[in-house]
Design a protein around this ligand. Sequence first.
Ligand SMILES: Cc1cc2nc3c(=O)[nH]c(=O)nc-3n(C[C@H](O)[C@H](O)[C@H](O)COP(=O)(O)OP(=O)(O)OC[C@H]3O[C@@H](n4cnc5c(N)ncnc54)[C@H](O)[C@@H]3O)c2cc1C
Length: 488
Amino acid sequence: MSVSKERTVSLWMNTEVAPDDSPLRGTETADVVVVGSGIAGLSTACELAQRGKDVVVLDRGPIGKGMTSRTTAHLVAISDDSFDAFIKLRGLKLAKLYYKSQSAAVDRIEKVQADERIACNFRRVDGFLFPAIGSDPSELSPELEASRRIGVAVEEAEGVPFKGQDTVRCLRYLDQGTFHPLKYLRGLADAILSRKGRLYADSVVESVEEDDGVVTVRTTEGHTVRAKAAVVATNSPINDRVALHTKQAPYRTYAMAYTIPRGTMPDALYWDTLDPYHYVRLQPGPGTTDYLIVGGADHKTGEADDAWVRFEGLESWIRGLVPELGRETHRWSGQIMDPIDYSGFIGRAPGAKNVYIATGDSGQGITHGVVASLITKRGSAWEELYDPSRKTVSAIKNFITENVTAVKNFGEYVPPGELKSTEDLMLGQARSSAKAWPRSQPIAVRMAPCIAAPPCARMSAATCTGIRSKSVGTVRVTDRILRLMGLR
Ligand SMILES: Cc1cc2nc3c(=O)[nH]c(=O)nc-3n(C[C@H](O)[C@H](O)[C@H](O)COP(=O)(O)OP(=O)(O)OC[C@H]3O[C@@H](n4cnc5c(N)ncnc54)[C@H](O)[C@@H]3O)c2cc1C
């Protein structure tokens, strides 16, 4: 099921990306086949098409209607896990590369929309990090120091344009960006088509195989694309069932849009220090009205069943801060994949020669998706940072935390007694029952991507791979964990 069929609808989802898309029929050949038509897939396909490559893009749903159609599109080069945490986990050198690569992604969007004449409301705006209400503003100090060590263009500032926050200490990040994500995707689709690329919708890819220098991508309908290389940009990987799924965790995040009189506040990006953090931005609307988009209230997928309470929480938070807010126009949710060591997995798929992957975007999936397109150039300085096969030993704590939850999530969606073994679970099987996974089930549970279903969304792609010890709740660092992390 495509996320375009989820019950909630974002501010941009009604924008058509490729109105004439149709399914793949028969056999195609290409230089590169790209699976997935979100920001990662279309940016990569566009980049390659601009360099003269013959590209084919396949998507299981309509073109451009994956998680990118549910984004809020803050284009920031700042780690949303904080640079302080990033440096502690991965060191200053990689933190600097992260900042450079994410900045390059924002620059790239700016250039592509200018070169391809994409009318997508792209703007350069500043980003403001401010203390969560009731928290100590001195909590910003480590982040300011870490950002300065990296060379980030940041300054201390006073006040954000929210009620009662006009003198609060905050950090101002210069020259970030924002845009209308689906208008941008439509521009990318046009750019690909104008260079003789082909876009196929409603074509579910079930296998990606390499043999003798040829990659064959096969759909469930039995149609194929044969190419020199494949890029799997499906948000949650479909060609790596274990290794990557244990190194990232699915989180659900919530967003709402409201009307607001134009000029109420400066056009900028705002986010606070709460965990999970709130994020706010503006989007041009009709006449003298704009939209204010607020997001947050994240939770690990499968760990909560209270979407409407989360929406209420978001509404009361933003109405308290922005009394001028008008009526609600949209509310929606979506999923992000949170990597355990703070950068996505982009590059050659583990064990492959000519199959590449882009996943693990955290709350910065738009810029990560564009980084995927930039890494297509050989010898990129960012390969080490994003290498899907990397082993970040210092991330072992995060690894265990995320995988314990994954098993718990899995339990929430499988009623007791229904499965005799994991073999009984079909790829993509959905359950919405909240009964517990029976305690007598096997110690180790491995699943291919499955589907979890919060009631507000009906379904969302989730990934469950994990380990459970016999005494539920305690997980030891076993050989199996080390093997999954690639450390054994
Ligand atoms: C509410 C919300 C707010 C967000 N805010 C921000 C933000 O402010 N800034 C930011 O940078 N990021 C943000 N993100 C994250 C970001 O939007 C996503 O990470 C990003 O859009 C993912 O892009 P993608 O191309 O990897 O995936 P997608 O857009 O999901 O594209 C993947 C495509 O692959 C297709 N696919 C999957 N499986 C198959 C298959 N088997 N065969 C064929 N096709 C397949 C899907 O149908 C889909 O179209 C937010 C996300 C959400 C949900």
